[in-house]
Each structure stands twice: as structure tokens, then as C-alpha cells.
Design a protein around this ligand. Structure first.
Ligand code: DAR
Length: 370
């Protein structure tokens, strides 16, 4: 017999149904099933509410959920799997199985073969990783955040001696031996190296991902500033390589080596055969990879004033576009935008690299014809 419904449950259900009507793109609201929720026991209702709180409090959310524990993806699959399939464009009848392959297929991937001018553009590729044995960022305690940071600091002490990866660790944790001051922190944020103050991000703060800021947060940066590891951002690690020039394959190779060096010094990364590397946000599942280029598209953005046209055009080439200032930013005055392949789940690392190259070539041709 269905449990008698308490007023809290009724209020939540009513609120989500209102969000569904007002914000049809909110995938949490779109796929929320009241009966499914009603039939969860109290503990799991509480767990699921922690996962979807961000989408309830921020009705303009796109996904509207962050996993709190690695097994949330399995435990709440009846709701999360349809959301994941909807976002990643994977039909219900297609099994999801994530493979990993960094080996390029031999196709051209040098951006200067598209246009010599692209040598000036900045390329960046990053992966999200979370260490098994810890909750995901939204459910970590301050002591767990500091414990994880110390685990990584020990790994960085070895990485610092690796050719091509030597560098230093910069901590935001008060009284940490590697703590940096506000001036250096702000400078590195404006240099697009360090991540911004997470506590002001309303999506992350509702999910608990920015709790205890800035404890347990920091960044490893190589001497040439082309290999970075964010510690304690939306995922426990964001490992990235960035450089100017057109050698996409070289950039990916450096990242792959860096990841494997770190992997050898840490507990296993959270991973599932179905969803690949498990991440806080379901949008990052799979390769956990975002590969992006900053490209000037002044005509397609009408001098940087219009993002809609370039977004529509990019979708034709399976690319997503955001401003060069990061998520939720607009194009730069010279039409500088950040373009990246939309697909992350069910595609390999090498396929992501190739789709970035192919999509860029197609978008660049459109810009030249505009
Ligand atoms: N505000 C979240 C963002 C989802 C994708 N971006 C991430 N994970 N940084 C939303 O659900 O809209």
C-alpha cells in the first residue's frame, strides 16, 4: 500500500511539476517521476533530493543534478539514466558502454592545416576524475576535502621530478604549507589558470560542491604552465593540458601521459563500464573530457554581440559554443568563442579530438563564407 504522503513530499512534487511546465529544458524536472519518488524509502528520498536539489533551487538548470556518491548513478538509475541519455543524445534502445582509446586514427589533426592563423589560438583539453573511496564533491566533509588534498600533494611531490611535468602546488587551504595569498590567487584566476571562487556559483553551492570553500582546494601547475591539476573543484581532480599552436595530437599526448603518471600514484579513479569515469555532473560522464579551442568568429557572432547564430551553426557539427570567459560567458569583442565537441559519453578520447578538429574546420569554412 502506498505510504501516506506527507506535506513535504507533496510540496516537493508540486514544485518540480511547476518547474517542468515553466522550464521544459530542465532535465531533472523533465524526467522526475512522482510515483518513483514516493516509493523510495525515507533514506533514499533524502539521498535523491540531495542529488536534484540544484535543479529544484535553480529552475534554469540544464541537467539539474549532481551525483553525491559514486553509486548514485546505479541506485537512482530509473531517473538518472533517462536524464543522461537525453542530455548525451543516446536513445533508450542503445546500450551505453564507455570505451577508452587515446590513439589517433592517423587523420589530420593539425589545426594549421585548416588555417595558418589558427596557430595563435589556445587549445585546452581537460578530464574530470574522482578518487574511489571518497564521496563526490557535493557530499565531502571538510576533513575529507583536506585528506584528499594531502593525498594529491604527496603525488605531486613525485610528479615534480617527472620530465615535462615539473612544477609546483598552490593551495587555497588556510595554513597549508603551500598556501598562496589573495593577490597571486586573483592573478592566476584572471590568467585563466586557477578556478574561480566556487561559493558564488548558485548551482554548485546548492549541491554542496562548494562547501568548506576554500579548504581542500588548490592547483598543481607545471613550469611551462601548460599542465595543470585543479584540486577540489566540481570534481576532485580536473587534469588539463593547454598550449597555443595547432598540434592537437601533441596536446592530447601530454595530457594522457600526465594522467597515467598521476593514476599510478593514487587509489583507482571511480569508473563504471557503462558510464566511464564517474563525475559529479552527469554531463561530464564517459571520457570525462572537455576539449576546447578559442577561435575568433567575428562574422558568425556579429562582432561578438550574437551567440545564437554561431551556436545553431556549431550544433550542425556536434560542437557546443560558449564565451571565451568560460561557462555562462559571452563572446569576446573580436568574436572570440570557446568551441568544444558536445559528445563525451560513448565516444573515445581520440574520437573527441578528431571531432574537435573536423568541427573546427567546418565552422571555420562557414566563417570565411559568411
Ligand atoms: N548548472 C548546471 C551545469 C551543467 C553543466 N556544467 C557543469 N557541470 N559545469 C546545470 O545543470 O545547468
Amino acid at each position: 500500500m502506498a505510504k501516506s504522503e506527507d506535506s513535504v513530499t507533496s510540496t516537493i512534487i508540486t514544485k518540480i511539476e511547476a518547474i517542468r511546465n515553466a522550464n521544459p529544458d530542465n532535465l531533472m524536472a523533465r524526467h522526475f517521476d512522482a510515483d518513483y519518488f514516493r516509493n523510495l524509502d525515507d533514506q533514499n528520498q533524502k539521498r535523491l533530493l540531495a542529488v536534484i536539489a540544484t535543479g529544484i533551487e535553480n529552475s534554469d538548470s540544464q541537467m539539474g543534478a549532481y551525483a553525491m556518491q559514486n553509486d548514485d548513478y546505479e541506485l537512482f538509475a530509473p531517473m538518472l539514466d533517462p536524464m543522461i541519455r537525453d542530455y548525451h543524445g543516446i536513445s533508450e534502445d542503445k546500450p551505453i558502454k564507455q570505451a577508452h582509446d587515446w590513439q589517433p586514427d592517423g587523420s589530420t589533426s593539425d589545426l594549421t592545416t585548416i588555417d595558418a592563423g589558427l596557430e595563435e589560438g589556445s587549445m585546452r583539453v581537460r578530464v574530470a576524475r574522482n578518487v574511489s573511496g571518497f564521496p563526490l564533491a557535493g557530499a565531502m566533509s571538510r576533513s575529507q576535502r583536506v585528506e584528499l588534498e594531502n593525498l594529491l600533494i604527496n603525488a605531486f611531490k613525485t610528479l615534480i621530478n617527472e620530465p615535462g611535468f615539473g612544477g609546483k602546488y598552490l593551495s587555497l587551504t588556510p595554513d597549508n604549507p603551500y598556501e598562496i595569498g589573495a593577490v597571486e590567487y586573483n592573478q592566476r584566476v584572471s590568467d585563466h589558470q586557477m578556478f574561480k571562487d566556487m561559493s558564488v556559483d548558485r548551482y554548485l553551492s546548492v549541491a554542496g560542491i562548494s562547501s568548506d570553500w576554500p579548504w581542500g582546494r588548490g592547483m598543481y601547475i607545471s613550469e611551462d604552465e601548460g599542465f595543470l591539476v585543479w584540486v577540489g573543484e566540481e570534481d576532485q581532480l580536473r587534469i588539463m593540458a593547454m598550449q597555443r599552436g595547432g598540434d592537437l595530437a601533441g596536446l592530447f599526448e601530454r595530457l594522457e601521459i600526465g594522467i597515467h603518471r598521476l593514476e599510478a600514484m593514487l587509489p583507482p579513479f571511480a569508473h563504471s563500464p557503462k558510464y566511464g569515469y564517474l563525475t559529479s555532473c552527469p554531463t561530464n560522464l564517459g571520457a570525462g573530457m572537455r576539449a576546447s579551442l578559442h577561435v575568433p568568429l567575428p562574422k558568425l557572432t556579429n562582432g561578438g554581440s550574437d551567440m545564437e547564430r554561431v551556436k545553431r551553426a556549431a550544433r550542425e557539427f556536434s560542437l557546443a559554443v560558449r564565451g571565451a570567459g568560460g561557462e555562462h560567458s559571452d563572446a569576446g569583442g573580436d568574436g572570440l568563442v570557446d568551441i568544444s565537441p558536445s559528445a563525451r559519453l560513448g565516444v573515445t578520447e581520440a574520437q573527441i579530438m578528431q571531432s574537435l578538429f573536423n568541427g573546427t574546420a567546418a565552422l571555420w569554412a562557414l566563417e570565411k563564407q559568411a
